[in-house]
Write a new protein. Structure first.
Length: 331
């Protein structure tokens, strides 16, 4: 089941020679445009948002981007050369016993099969979590070994809103039946717990490969990846972002609107607030598995007007003449 090639540069609308800053800027602009919270057509926006996140996941990481660039036109050959998806370090033992590693594709995880094949949870670091020792059992002398089925692993893209509230996601697994050779699709309702952590594995027991000789079926393991938000990044349960202030707001103090996961609130900015100062809003971050919320940290960025009219120029000149402020003096 070869995945379809994804042109991540095209998805972000940048050239293959784009700098890291150009990729970051393109992602933020597109993510703001297609964020499900603001888009009118939420269904199509959600799919586009996931596609943008996948592209950024690869291109924003130097090692992944180098790997992607090396694949190039040879992506299909490289995919055919790697082991069957889902194989583990003792998969040869199971194949010899008649339990081949399942060839599968996920749908509904937020990642394409191309991503899963080369950059996801089943790309290079397969783990057989439930059956790490690979041990089987025999029902008696001369009887075939009883072996558990293969576990299969992939990635699942989780938004901050899903971390906050929890969710139920329909996940489909399309795989080839080892007995008939026919493709079969099974859909499961996967519960995403509130406070789920990046890197955590969500287990769907008994939905992996079939066991042999009465052995238990394997499980599905979905590794959580946070969807990158254009305004915040996660630091544990805390969220970190940036808040823009006009120079007069920073000097005089102000009450400004601030978007949070729970909606827009008003925050007070103290007079004399400096560039780079962090505003802390308690309890507005992500929940942990116990439901306790982290904090929201917003770094102040003082923005200057790009254009000023003659009246404003006159006022700035008057301010410069009267203030006596010298920014290059040692503190």
């Amino acid at each position: 089941m070869a995945g379809e090639f994804k042109d991540y540069y095209q998805v972000l609308g940048v050239a293959a020679t784009a700098t890291d800053e150009e990729i970051k800027k393109a992602f933020r602009n597109l993510a703001r445009k297609y964020h499900p919270d603001v888009a009118k057509d939420k269904k199509s926006a959600e799919e586009k948002f996931k596609e943008i996140n996948e592209a950024n996941e690869v291109l924003s990481d130097p090692a992944s981007r180098r790997k992607y660039d090396r694949l190039g036109a040879n992506w299909k050959t490289a995919g055919e050369a790697r082991p069957s998806p889902g194989s583990a370090r003792r998969s040869s033992d199971r194949r010899s016993a008649g339990a081949p590693a399942p060839d599968f594709q996920f749908e509904g995880t937020g990642f394409s099969d191309f991503f899963e094949q080369f950059f996801g949870g089943r790309s290079d670091d397969h783990h057989d979590y439930a059956h790490a020792d690979g041990a089987g059992s025999r029902s008696g002398p001369g009887q075939p070994a009883s072996l558990p089925g293969q576990d299969i692993q992939g990635d699942i893209l989780i938004t901050f809103d899903e971390v906050l509230k929890g969710a139920v996601r329909a996940i489909s697994v399309r795989q080839t039946n080892p007995r008939t050779g026919a493709e079969e699709t099974q859909t499961y309702q996967v519960r995403i717990p509130m406070g789920v952590q990046a890197g955590q594995l969500i287990r769907v027991p008994g939905k992996g490969g079939e066991g042999v000789g009465g052995g238990t079926a394997g499980s599905i393991y979905l590794r959580v990846r946070y969807a990158q938000d254009p305004d915040w990044s996660a630091r544990g349960a805390d969220l970190v972002g940036q808040i823009a202030l006009a120079p007069w707001e920073a000097v005089l103090g102000a009450t400004v609107p601030l978007r949070t996961l729970d909606g827009t609130i008003s925050v007070k900015v103290a007079a004399g607030t400096q560039q780079g100062h962090q505003l802390r809003v308690r309890g507005r971050g992500l929940p942990n598995l116990t439901g306790e919320r982290g904090d929201l940290y917003m770094e102040v960025a003082i923005r200057l007007p790009q254009q000023v009219n003659e009246a404003c120029v006159a006022l700035w000149k008057e301010l410069a003449a009267k203030s006596g402020f010298e920014p290059r003096e040692a503190n």
